[in-house]
Write a protein that binds this ligand. Structure first.
Ligand code: SF4
Length: 130
């Protein structure tokens, strides 16, 4: 029997997180996933939520001043809404951090008003005097 949905919609799609390929039924209310059926593990719930509200971890670089490398690789601590990624890239292109940079260092806190941080994913040492 299908799900009972009042005031809601049902979206069906296949989870592609693992080879089992569960057929998911996501029940939506007010544009948000209220429940998921058909998933054989919790990852299917996360997948369904991301399908309805697409989010991605943003991976990029920011400029480094005084370092032995000109840029440092960074990523967001959590997935962010896909539609905000162009604005996020524009902001990151204007950021410069001072060396040294440590892996895991927070480069931007509460990025774009979201409760996520942008952190460095590698070390950059100070430039050696020539
Ligand atoms: S719901 Fe879980 S078991 Fe099913 S395809 Fe997705 S990841 Fe695999």
């Amino acid at each position: 029997m299908g799900p009972i949905v009042k005031d809601g919609r049902v979206l069906e799609f296949t989870c592609i997180v693992c080879p089992l390929g569960c057929r998911l039924r996501a029940i939506l209310e007010d544009g948000e996933v209220r429940s998921v059926e058909g998933n054989r593990c919790p990852r299917g719930i996360v997948y369904a939520q991301n399908e309805v509200e697409p989010k991605r971890i943003l991976i990029s670089v920011v400029k480094v001043s005084g370092g032995n490398l000109p840029v440092v690789s960074v990523k967001t601590s959590e997935p962010m809404p896909k539609e905000m990624i162009p604005e996020a890239m524009r902001i990151l292109s204007k950021v410069t951090v001072q060396a040294p940079v440590k892996i895991g260092q927070i480069i931007i806190k509460d990025f774009l008003g979201l409760k996520i941080n942008v952190t460095a994913t590698r070390n950059v040492d100070p430039a050696q005097p020539s």
